[in-house]
Design a protein around this ligand. Structure first.
Ligand code: RAT
Ligand code: ZN
Length: 435
């Protein structure tokens, strides 16, 4: 038996007379709206089954999530070098022992694993691992995916798709099967951030580019993007950027951004997602877990939004210090959509702070959260956390509104929650099922 994390049927009857809610009714009505409206998850690293081993799921993947790997080395004497020689199962065993047996799993990421086990009705105590393994072994991915999305209360998943990933690109080139709940995103990191290491991959696909992006290169990158946009039918293009990102500047990534990416987005009517503030590989020995954060100069966002009014920018920033500034720029430019509480920001205390700030400064004109899930079942706990954290914050805003003299109805709350978690995404992206 599974725990009903997401409740598709409303639990509490909402007043039908269109009447204003009493202060005491507001929290329940907010909770009902959050529980009954299926959300759109606008940024994940999940894949459909057609992507084979790129699609991660199950207990061993949950335990070896890079957020947990980073925490593991704070509680274990194992060397990084030794850890990387272990099999996935051995790594998961070691993490389970260090973070779930020898310590209480009270961090956000460890609690997430517990919440997933609990949601499936599995034991969560120190002996839980083998039963969890048996349970996940018995699932088929095709049936498991819709069940997990239902439990998480999400209707739509946006993937991250890299046309230069040597494992992923051939799947697209050979024609990967669509899934009506999943949408593609054309990810640009290798092109914009590490061109010298990747231009040859474009050349290998038949585009006339060179190491310095000279001559026809920029036009060829644009042709590459437009070909891949036709192939993937992405809902946006995306790039994560370092804290040192400067626009405009005399760099290769600005040249490619200005003359290839932005025109390609305009041509295909796609927004561009910029995730700004990552400091890649401050500890390369940690591999995927080795990235950190830095405060960025958001004047780059200002310049992009101002100088390219026909482009639309979805922006998430990794540094807590940049969050307020992002809200201010969103007030200045309606081609800017702040989204999500990304990665190191996705902790209850910080989500609370950012969301309050955004509601106060932007009303409902932003996208509060994305899951960034890498392992399928993570959507269960990540979206449950979002609902739990946001419920009192939204309720408080309605209580204040009502106290200030404007009555609030259940229909108002339904409309607003729908806008935050669905319509803002739907109006920025074409999320109709692909054939
Ligand atoms: O949150 C994460 O899992 C990070 O490792 C990154 O993948 C980040 O979200 C990104 O999309 O670059
Ligand atoms: Zn991500």
């Amino acid at each position: 038996m599974t725990t009903d994390v997401f409740k598709s049927a409303r639990q509490t009857p909402i007043p039908t007379n269109g009447g204003f809610l009493a202060a005491a009714q507001i929290p329940t009505v907010v909770q009902d709206a959050l529980a009954s409206i299926p959300f759109i998850d606008i940024h994940t690293h999940l894949f459909t089954p057609g992507f084979g081993k790129l699609s991660l799921w199950g207990i061993d993947e949950l335990l070896t999530y890079h957020y947990l790997e980073a925490e593991f080395f704070r509680s274990s004497r194992m060397t990084l070098e030794h850890y990387w020689t272990l099999s996935k199962t051995e790594q998961a065993d070691a993490i389970w022992r260090a973070l779930f047996i020898e310590n209480s799993p009270i961090s956000e990421a460890t609690r997430g694993v517990i919440a997933v086990l609990h949601a499936f009705g599995l034991p969560t105590d120190q002996t839980a691992l083998s039963e969890a393994r048996n349970f996940f072994r018995a699932q088929t991915l095709e049936a498991h995916i819709p069940r997990v999305l239902e439990m998480a209360g999400i209707s739509t998943v946006v993937m991250t798709n890299d046309p230069l990933d040597p494992e992923e690109a051939p799947l697209w080139l050979n024609g990967v099967q669509n899934d009506k709940q999943f949408h593609a995103v054309l990810r640009l990191d290798r092109i914009l951030n590490t061109w010298p290491d990747h231009w040859q991959a474009l050349a290998a696909q038949g585009y006339a580019v060179d190491a310095k992006a000279s001559g026809k290169s920029v036009a060829e990158v644009r042709r590459f993007l437009s070909d891949w946009a036709k192939r993937m039918q992405p809902v946006y293009m995306a790039c994560s950027l370092p804290d040192t990102f400067e626009f405009p500047s005399d760099t290769l990534n600005c040249l490619l951004l200005r003359e290839a990416v932005l025109p390609a987005c305009r041509e295909s009517n796609l927004p561009l997602s910029l995730m700004i503030g990552v400091r890649k590989q401050v500890n390369p020995r940690l591999r995927l877990a080795g990235d950190a954060v830095g405060k960025a100069n958001l004047r780059s966002v200002e310049a992009l939004c101002r100088d390219f009014p026909s482009n639309r920018f979805l922006v998430s920033v990794l540094s807590r210090e940049n969050q307020h500034e992002l809200c201010v720029f969103a007030r200045k430019f309606n081609n800017l959509m702040p989204f999500g509480c990304w990665w190191f920001m996705n902790n209850t205390s910080i989500v609370e702070e950012i969301t309050r700030e955004r509601l106060e400064m932007l009303g409902t004109s932003f996208i509060p959260q994305h899951s960034d899930a890498r392992v399928l079942e993570q959507v269960i706990y990540k979206w449950a956390n979002t609902r739990r954290t946001l419920a009192p914050i939204l309720a408080e805003n309605y209580r204040l509104l009502s106290e200030d003299g404007r009555g609030v109805t259940a229909a108002d709350i339904q409309r607003d929650v729908t806008r935050l978690f669905r319509s803002n995404a739907e109006s920025w992206m074409d999320l109709r099922p692909r054939s």
